[in-house]
Write a protein that binds this ligand. Structure first.
Ligand SMILES: Cc1cc2nc3c(=O)[nH]c(=O)nc-3n(C[C@H](O)[C@H](O)[C@H](O)COP(=O)(O)OP(=O)(O)OC[C@H]3O[C@@H](n4cnc5c(N)ncnc54)[C@H](O)[C@@H]3O)c2cc1C
Length: 374
């Protein structure tokens, strides 16, 4: 019988919602607080690779997940002009009956995760967060920003890059840093040839197209933006077109359709990697709160979902919290570190204008590592 019965999850993003579903599956009582009053997510897509498909199967929601996106097998590497350089076959890590990868809109993913967490009996409160945490050997007393209080066996900080729980338990010195690059993104109706993830290597910038549904795909371009300049919102379409000017082929054709700045989503790349352990007593952190990476390997959310799978598996065991969290670290730390370090390496190569030869090697290694069981 589990010694942890009542869990508070702070943050209703990809990691927090996955954890809520995993813990409810195992019969634990779960409360979740999300700081946003309106639970919106921004409307571009996300690449979920074989390890996430497998994790969703472990969380018991893979059919719902796959039904909300566009399943695909391969990752194509193309020149800036659109010539195929190499096709990397995906791995069916969840089993032969499941696809290797999924492209999915963030909104669709949020709907799958939030509806499953709620249906499984998670108590969810919006527009509320943690004000104060105080723990003793047996539990954590929490005061919330709406004045309410609660006592929990465990508190999980799944509150993302600017985590308040991280600040409360690990200190305010730990802050994300800008890597020097940013991403511009834009949705388009899906072209029939984009039935896989297609990445395009430019000399200056790198672009990609990912299918999200039968009707939708998204285009992204990563670029060096020294000094993290402020980007005027009404100029985002011009700026994205400018970042894409070296591309021909399908990317070049799509570039000319980028005219509405409101359709462009701009994001500077910010990262943090916290040294182990990611817990103090009965408060543990998961996802971007402790290992936010750049999107170069498309694995940030993948690592958050894997954290949720491992933690929900462990918390159902009859063992002291300290032992469970220490085992959580053993299963998570090196894997997340590998993703963060190698994503940063690719970003550095891009900024140095280095050859892409090693990039393919890193992507292949990542595919091997993430296909391994957690
Ligand atoms: C440009 C870009 C592209 C990316 N592409 C991919 C990709 O293709 N594949 C992939 O796997 N990953 C990708 N990622 C990474 C991925 O988005 C993150 O790793 C993932 O969202 C992390 O999940 P999380 O639950 O830890 O954090 P989040 O998803 O950020 O969720 C945190 C939640 O906590 C809430 N919150 C914040 N503060 C508080 C508080 N004080 N109290 C309560 N709630 C709070 C937030 O509102 C949010 O709902 C990309 C990231 C970027 C920036």
């Amino acid at each position: 019988m589990a010694r942890v019965n009542k869990v508070l999850i702070v943050g209703g993003g990809i990691g927090g919602l996955s954890l809520a579903s995993g813990l409810r599956n195992r019969g634990l009582e779960v409360e979740l607080v999300e700081v946003k009053k309106e639970w919106t997510v921004y409307g571009v897509g996300i690449i979920q690779q074989c390890n996430v498909v497998r994790a969703m199967a472990q969380l018991g929601l893979v059919d719902h997940f796959l039904g909300a996106g566009f399943a695909f097998e391969n990752v194509g590497l193309y020149s800036a002009e659109g010539a195929l350089l190499r096709m990397l076959p995906g791995v069916r890590a969840a089993g032969p009956e499941y696809p290797a990868n999924l492209g999915i809109s963030r909104l669709a993913l949020h709907k799958v995760l939030s509806s499953t967490a709620a249906e499984r009996g998670t108590s969810i409160r919006l527009g509320v967060t943690v004000e104060h945490l105080e723990q003793d050997a047996d539990g954590v007393d929490v005061t919330f920003t709406d004045g309410t209080r609660g006592r929990y066996d465990l508190v999980v900080g799944a509150d993302g890059l600017f985590s308040k729980v991280r600040t409360l338990v690990l200190g305010k010195e730990l802050k994300p840093r800008f890597t020097g690059q940013a991403v511009f993104r834009h949705n388009f109706p899906r072209s029939p040839e984009i039935d896989h993830l297609a990445t395009f290597y430019g000399k200056k910038n790198n672009a990609g197209l990912c299918p999200l549904s039968n009707d939708l795909m998204y285009l992204f371009v990563t670029s060096a933006e020294p000094g993290n300049p402020w980007m005027p919102e009404d100029r985002l379409a011009d700026l994205m077109r400018e970042r894409l000017k070296e591309f021909g082929g399908i990317v070049g054709r799509l570039r000319e359709q980028i005219t509405d700045p409101k359709q462009v989503v701009y994001k500077p790349m910010e990262v943090i990697f916290v040294s182990e352990p990611w817990y103090r007593g009965r408060v543990v952190l998961i996802g971007d709160a402790v290992h936010a990476t750049t999107p170069h390997l498309g694995q940030g959310a993948g690592m958050a979902v894997e954290d949720a799978v491992v933690l929900s598996e462990l918390l159902a065991e009859d063992a002291p919290v300290e032992a469970l969290l220490s085992r959580f670290m053993r299963r998570r730390y090196e894997r997340c570190k590998f993703i963060v370090e190698n994503s940063l390496q690719i970003g550095d190569w891009e900024m140095q204008g280095a050859s892409h030869a090693d990039r393919t090697g890193v992507v292949k290694k990542m595919m091997e590592v993430t296909a391994q069981p957690i």
